[in-house]
Design a protein around this ligand. Structure first.
Ligand SMILES: C[S@@+](CC[C@H](N)C(=O)[O-])C[C@H]1O[C@@H](n2cnc3c(N)ncnc32)[C@H](O)[C@@H]1O
Length: 273
């Protein structure tokens, strides 16, 4: 599976559980190629993957909505945005900057522009920029993004991306975030904690990627310890939760009873200090 295909997969997951994800627009991205991949992923890795990704979306939807409501708008800066559609569920006082690799960004912009013209999506102020986090320096990324921020405060989201990056690139991105944000601004991010590496379900995930990587689209399998988030220069931890905890609130009838049997991702909200 190529990395960009993972963006289609998580979007389809959200469309399968709209009442949990609160993403009414994810289904616009559904397509037969991705639909054909989903059953084997749910069978070979974990049947709960679609629900868990929908829970993750719900968490960030709720937190970003209240951040922008309290501040009467601002800018969502979405790093590795894939096909996420949060901006269409927020008020039009929220600007969005979408950042991803060039193939995703070009495809997304064209589709969104068309769907907006056709009235399938509400009009939103969105800027798109193609950046490969591995290739550009922190200075280059800052120079590109800083002028695009027209409305403060900012909420930076980096969701479902750290797994694919190495630690050096992750450190670089946090320098970028610090350079873009002011005190009180927020970063929302997702990681696997290292303890997940000991679970059978995580081994099945790695095996799935290894055995379905027909394209040499290589990536890291990064996990990040809690201590990393406690020591990020310029940030303090505002909130930490995980999909297992949130499943009790958003998917209590799904029979998710054992943390070690699911691919349990941890979500952080970090406050710029
Ligand atoms: C699993 S998808 C998640 C997409 C979206 N954030 C979501 O949660 O729906 C991972 C995304 O990270 C992007 N990505 C991975 N490595 C990247 C890199 N080095 N530079 C820019 N984007 C990257 C991929 O292109 C893809 O869109």
């Amino acid at each position: 599976m190529q990395i960009h295909e993972t963006a289609f997969v998580v979007s389809t997951y959200r469309s399968l559980h709209e009442s949990i994800s609160k993403d009414d627009y994810a289904k616009l991205w559904n397509n037969p190629n991705t639909d054909a991949l989903i059953p084997s992923i749910l069978d070979t890795i974990s049947k709960d993957e679609a629900v868990l990704h929908s829970i993750r979306n719900r968490f960030f939807y709720e937190r970003m909505k209240s951040f922008f409501d309290i501040n009467d708008g601002g800018t969502l800066i979405n790093f590795g945005s894939g096909f996420s559609m949060y901006q269409f569920s927020f008020d039009n006082t929220v600007n969005t900057i979408e950042i991803d690799k060039k193939d995703i960004i070009d495809y997304k912009k064209e589709k969104i522009d068309n769907w907006t013209k056709e009235g399938k999506l509400p009009n939103r102020n969105i800027e798109y920029t193609a950046i490969d986090f591995n290739q550009n320096t922190a200075k280059e990324i800052l120079l590109c993004l800083k002028p695009m921020i027209k409305k403060e405060p900012t909420f930076i989201l980096i969701e479902g991306v750290f797994f694919f990056l190495d630690r050096k690139t992750t450190d670089k991105l946090f320098q970028v975030f610090k350079g873009l944000q002011n005190p009180g601004d927020v970063v929302g991010c997702v990681t696997y904690l290292p303890e997940v590496e000991n679970t059978e379900v995580y081994r099945r995930l790695l095996h799935y990627f290894d055995s379905n990587n027909d394209t040499n689209d290589s990536f890291s399998h990064q996990t990040i310890p809690h201590s990393y988030f406690q020591r990020i220069d310029g940030y303090s931890v505002l909130e930490k939760t995980d999909e297992f905890e949130l499943s009790k609130r958003y998917a209590s009838n799904r029979g998710i009873n054992n943390k070690n049997e699911i691919l349990n991702e941890t979500m952080y909200l970090l406050k710029r200090i």
